[in-house]
Design a protein around this ligand. Sequence first.
Ligand code: BES
Ligand code: MN
Ligand code: MN
Length: 463
Amino acid sequence: MSKYESYIESNKDQMLEELIDLLKIPSISADPAYKGDVEKTAQVVANHLISAGADNVTVEETPGYPVVYGEKMVSPDAPTVLVYGHYDVQPPDPIELWDSPPFEPVIKKTDLHPEGAIFARGACDDKGQFFMHVKAFESMMQNGGSPVNVKFMIEGEEEVGSANLGWYVARNREKLACDVILISDTGMIGPDTPSITTGLRGLSYVEVKVTGPNRDLHSGLYGGAVANPINILSKMIGSLHDENNHITVEGFYDKVQDVSDEERAGMAKAPFSEEAYKKALDLSDTWGEKGYSTIERASIRPTLDVNGIWGGYTGEGAKTVIASWAKAKISMRLVPDQDPNEITDIFLKHFTKIAPSSVKVEVTPHHGGEPYVTGIDHPGYRAAATAMKASFGKDAIPMRSGGSIPILSLFERELGAKSILMGFGLDSDAIHSPNEHYGVRNYFMGIKTIPLWFEAYAEEMKG
Ligand code: BES
Ligand code: MN
Ligand code: MN
């Protein structure tokens, strides 16, 4: 038992209550209607950092939502850890699919969380996870202090592409100077199978519009004689994968790094049940690129997916119409060394090229992000392996994840520090979906493991 553990044990109820209160504030960064709530959340986070024992806590204005900063400098000679997280959350839609209101947290048991999970938007992504760091920090402060310098940077715009964090980091490079960045905003393989994330996918996101006639037309009078933009868009989208579910955009795979047979063999050893995976999603079969396993398809291979598609008449009953236009939002998840700007460019060229002359095509790029990898030979990774082993009693498996945290490459460029992704969520926690939840046990495992990481990291840095 670590010296922090009894403190955590005796403050359990309060640590849970505080998270529940934090989850009640709807800090939805995407929807301007919640501006006041997002700003209030920043203030609440700042107050928690102050009570936990941080110095120089400030709610720092940016052109967008504020960044919450706080620090504990123990010695100019000690290494410095920057803890990053986000206090903003995804919109809860579709709200009617929640079993309980998204901002009224409740604890319920599930198969994977027999000790209960907190159901609320942001429970896992990322309020529950960044708050573990605040509570772990408090536990260290109450039990002899931190072995290294700690800085916190908790932002409010991650779910909308960290639009202003680059602005903030560029202006605060001295203040944010650090040796490593520690983040809990990812997952692990299973409740008793610890893993550490070694890579994240990048992202290119575009909106496409196909325009046919200059107005909606009677589908009897004009049908068959003019291009129907919805038919055409569907066909164009359909052609973006071939019969092996390989993406057909010319040049798309040119820079994709092949993963070594050794790493693939390692991934194949991770406990994973295709049957359980299908069952949980109510699927009779999985789908994906030929030649790759489900885990590989969702981590080391790039993708192209339509995220939304609309146009024409979608109201009650039948309206006979050929719509003037059709639109779709398309995301491409990228792997090392694909470049998001390059991919957006070649997508634009390809999509324009495959359009028949009977329609006009527009492609509008949205935010993107570079893929990210951390080596397992980094002292921060080794510290994570030591800490996870100590708290779970098992070796953590290095795993790449399919999700994205686009700002990490900017951190590396601006601050010269690697990010260590020690997350405690499960893929089944339904982040971004209705009924998002976070295991109570995962929350406390995180709070107990983080101080062990700080100790292990201090040891690693002593050489
Ligand atoms: N925390 C997630 C990313 C994540 C989750 C990575 C689980 C690995 C495992 C983050 O908040 C997120 O949702 N990122 C977005 C990208 C962003 C530009 C909106 C994503 O991956 O879609
Ligand atoms: Mn997140
Ligand atoms: Mn998210």
